[in-house]
Design a binder for this molecule. Structure first.
Ligand SMILES: NC(=O)C1=CN([C@@H]2O[C@H](COP(=O)(O)OP(=O)(O)OC[C@H]3O[C@@H](n4cnc5c(N)ncnc54)[C@H](OP(=O)(O)O)[C@@H]3O)[C@@H](O)[C@H]2O)[C@@H](O)CC1
Ligand SMILES: Nc1ncnc2c1ncn2[C@@H]1O[C@H](COP(=O)(O)OP(=O)(O)OP(=O)(O)O)[C@@H](O)[C@H]1O
Ligand SMILES: [Mg+2]
Length: 329
């Protein structure tokens, strides 16, 4: 019959594709394991010789009338991962709300003041990393202040994680972070398309995530990009890594905020660890792989306990156990 050879050819083609896919998958898993081994190297040891602050002082820039949860999630996650101090720079209205969520956070109600930039600048010498965007909103005055904060942070060579509405700002003004090698962008699906269209001026090719992320990173002058999704794709414009750590099917809001806060700490640790610990790998790629794996592991563990009712708060409760499983066993 005429269908015989065509069917056989299709079968052979399917087998080749399946083999290529499983080889790619096996390769990715091996790469992930090798990378996670390096992530373990950058984690600072807990010793009695250190003083408060040495393991990380992280600043979160975000929090406005509508969004108080996002900066809280980012700031508390930074502490739970292992930072010593977590500061939130938010609007005056949001500050008492964020403070009331947790006595562990230091909250500065400055972001909507005319003096916002100098007020934040005062703290910059004491901060190891900044996370810009969770719950920031899109008010023009706030975004203008954040521009000034970004410029001041770059001038001090402070590592910057940019997420959520911080990415909205970068899509309007890519020059803000163009070529800044200590920046990491963490777009979700929508944010990634918006950035790609703004920077590359062409629609995203949805068929090749790895190449799309590499191109965006390269066009931004090798800023590290973490595209969150079913698999997280991470690139510095040269290398491309994928994080396929098992997570969960729960897609509640706030998981990206957990990622940005965790990443703030890991970026600081990775840069601080030095090249002998990172073995020639990009510190920011390692930090990104570590943070993505951690968030997904938290999601998996929380889902095992809470199923459909899992929320980001349940995931934050898993940061400690997930960290131990991934990085300390
Ligand atoms: N508790 C809090 O305080 C929280 C506050 N948050 C803060 O909210 C602010 C805005 O952030 P954001 O992420 O909602 O804005 P943005 O990217 O414009 O998405 C808007 C729309 O895009 C879509 N969409 C999203 N993902 C998609 C996907 N994978 N694939 C396809 N479509 C997708 C979806 O639209 P749909 O078409 O499904 O209606 C979605 O509604 C920011 O400050 C952030 O930090 C959050 O952190 C959560 C917790
Ligand atoms: N389809 C998916 N399957 C598994 N994990 C996913 C999936 N999509 C996203 N994630 C994981 O969820 C986390 C948050 O990604 P997400 O795309 O939800 O960010 P976000 O939209 O910025 O979240 P937020 O609500 O905090 O703003 C990341 O760690 C990512 O790996
Ligand atoms: Mg988000």
């Amino acid at each position: 019959m005429a269908v015989g050879p065509a069917w056989a050819a299709a079968g052979a083609c399917r087998r080749v594709l399946q083999r290529a896919f499983s080889l790619h998958k096996a390769h990715s898993v091996k790469n992930m394991e090798t990378t996670l081994q390096l992530v373990r190297n950058i984690i600072p040891p807990l010793t009695s010789k250190k003083h408060k602050g040495q393991d990380g002082r992280i600043g979160i820039v975000g929090g406005c009338q509508e969004y108080t949860g996002a900066p809280y999630f980012a700031a508390i996650s930074a502490l739970k991962v292992g930072a010593d101090l977590s500061h939130v720079f938010c609007t005056q209205e949001a500050a008492p709300v964020i403070k009331s969520y947790s006595p562990e956070l230091i909250v500065h109600p400055v972001l909507d003041r005319p003096s916002a930039v100098p007020n934040v600048e005062e703290w910059l010498p004491r901060l190891h990393a900044l996370v810009v965007g969770p719950g920031l909103g899109r008010d023009d005055t706030l975004l203008e202040n954040v521009k000034g904060i970004l410029e001041a942070s770059k001038a001090r060579d402070i590592p910057i994680v940019i997420d959520a509405d911080g990415l909205w700002l970068v899509a309007q003004h890519p020059a803000l972070i163009q070529g800044y090698r200590k920046a990491v962008l963490t777009p979700n699906h929508v944010e990634f398309s918006r950035l790609s269209e703004a920077v590359l001026r062409d629609p995203v090719d949805g068929s090749d995530h790895r190449e799309a992320v590499r191109r965006l990173s390269q066009a931004l002058g090798n800023v590290t990009v973490v595209q969150k999704g079913e698999r997280d794709v991470i690139s510095d414009g040269e290398q491309v890594l994928e994080c396929a750590q098992e997570g969960s099917s729960r897609r509640c809001g706030g998981q990206g905020d957990l990622l940005s806060g965790a990443l703030g700490v890991l970026v600081h640790w990775a840069l601080h660890a030095g090249p002998e610990k990172t073995n020639g790998s990009s510190p920011l790629l390692l930090a990104a792989m570590g943070a993505c794996s951690l968030v997904r592991q938290c999601s998996r563990q929380a889902f095992q306990k809470h199923g459909r009712s899992t929320t980001t708060t349940d995931m934050i409760a898993e940061v400690g156990p997930a960290f131990r499983i991934l990085f300390e066993t």
